[in-house]
Write a new protein. Structure first.
Length: 165
């Protein structure tokens, strides 16, 4: 089992590793020296360095991915199109469209959660629908905010309050 290190120590080492990896030629023995200074095994330093490189590559791919600029509708279409594909077909689709598997998985989760609304949002939606209905009914009843007519009824009163807000 791998030993865990305090977050501040790991962050400090990761910062040094980023500085080292930004250099064109990493000095010989730099990782060994860092391991000795921090009291961390060389293997752990190499592993963290490797993980850092992998993460940088992943970010570069995502940045250059054409999928990062796709619209919501296009992402939904991709999720829909790939839902019944075999692994082989899926791999081919992802490569040809320059999509990462993780991106597609994130889109799938977003699509699955698209209709999940909290109670607050549902309440706001109900109020918005009521206001829209009220305004439509007021317009058809001939009462307009520009007129100084006496407004009667609760819908008219609601509309007057909305006009002040």
């Amino acid at each position: 089992m791998m030993k865990s290190y305090p977050k501040d120590q790991k962050d400090k080492v990761m910062k040094k590793l980023m500085e080292l990896s930004s250099q064109e030629d990493i000095p010989i023995g730099a990782f060994s020296q860092l391991a000795k200074e921090e009291g961390i095994p060389k293997a752990t330093i190499y592993l963290w360095s490797h993980n850092l490189k992998v993460e940088k590559q992943k970010q570069a791919i995502e940045k250059n991915s054409t999928a990062s600029t796709w619209s919501s509708q296009a992402k939904f279409q991709a999720v829909l199109a790939t839902s019944s594909m075999s692994e082989l077909q899926l791999g081919e689709y992802l490569r040809s469209n320059r999509i990462l598997k993780e991106e597609l998985d994130n889109w799938r989760v977003a699509c699955q959660k698209a209709n999940d609304m909290g109670a607050e949002k549902v309440s706001d939606l109900k109020i918005s629908r009521y206001i829209a209905f009220s305004r439509a009914e007021l317009c058809t009843s001939g009462h307009y905010p520009e007129s100084n007519k006496c407004w009667s009824g609760s819908l008219c009163e609601l509309f007057r309050l909305l006009q002040r807000a």
